[in-house]
Design a protein around this ligand. Structure first.
Ligand code: SAH
Length: 241
């Protein structure tokens, strides 16, 4: 069973969105489980202090390394990566999600305030992972987003495993546009090819649309894709963007 342990000052934030839909069903089926470890009881003194002012001065508070380490050391590692959610970390992406889905689970430390004392990051070999180039108020939402991306890749969680392989980023491209019923909505139709029943043409249209969309919106991804694929200029589908 894949085990996600969240070290947090706000255990009441969990399971939150991790407790609905396919992740909740998978948890009931025993594919994965989660626990929270409240950082507060590891605090120091009568007031169970978990933070202190930054050495060198400046704004805000910093989480103490002794408190963080006591919480971390209370957990069995069991070969699980120890992650510190941090805007300075390696950017999270689908490849990392795949890598972590092959692990026995995750230990996720959710920061607060100005973050965590550097010495515990080093001393416990924490892997810093970022959800993007923006600053959240705490690591809880970041840890939940990361866990959701990982757990939905575990065998038996997503209803249709094929759909996982065709999604954005799995192919190196953003996903093609999707259409469903009704066939016409507010004067907008559905591309004829999608109604043709011709699976080869549909696959071509989807690939060309995905290429055109990626080229326009994410030139960085498109450049990486071009290096590993024999690129033909997108012929159809690009008129939508
Ligand atoms: N002073 C820090 C930001 C602290 S934000 C800095 O400038 O780097 C407080 C906590 O929120 C962090 O410790 C981290 O756990 C979490 N957090 C904020 N933004 C994040 C992001 N983009 N990705 C992952 N975690 C983030």
């Amino acid at each position: 069973m894949f085990k996600a342990s969240f070290i947090t000052l706000f255990p009441e934030a969990f399971p939150g969105p991790l407790g609905v839909s396919i992740l909740e069903r998978a948890r009931r089926e025993g594919i994965w489980d989660l626990e929270t470890v409240d950082l507060r009881p590891f605090g120091i003194g009568r007031h169970l202090n978990v933070d202190a002012t930054p050495a060198g001065g400046g704004a805000g508070m910093v989480l103490r390394p002794d408190v963080a380490a006591a919480a971390i050391d209370s957990l069995p590692r069991d070969g699980r990566p120890l992650i510190y959610m941090s805007p300075r970390g390696v950017p999270f992406n689908q490849a990392l999600a795949r890598e972590y889905a092959a692990a026995p689970g995750l230990i996720l430390f959710c920061g607060r305030f100005e973050g965590l004392d550097e010495r515990v990051i080093e001393g416990r070999n924490m892997i810093e992972v970022s959800m993007g180039d923006f600053v959240l108020a705490g690591g809880e939402v970041a840890a939940m987003a990361m866990t959701e991306a990982v757990v939905r890749l575990l065998p038996g969680v997503a209803g249709n495993e094929d759909s996982l392989n065709e999604e954005s980023f799995e192919t190196g491209l953003l996903e093609h546009p999707q259409y469903t019923l009704p066939r016409e909505w507010e004067g907008r139709g559905t591309p004829d090819v999608l109604l043709s029943g011709d699976h080869k043409r549909i696959a071509e249209w989807r690939l060309n649309s995905a290429k055109a969309l990626t080229k326009q919106r994410r030139p960085d991804l498109y450049a990486a894709y071009s290096e590993t694929h024999d690129i033909q200029a997108p012929e159809t589908g690009d008129e939508h963007y």
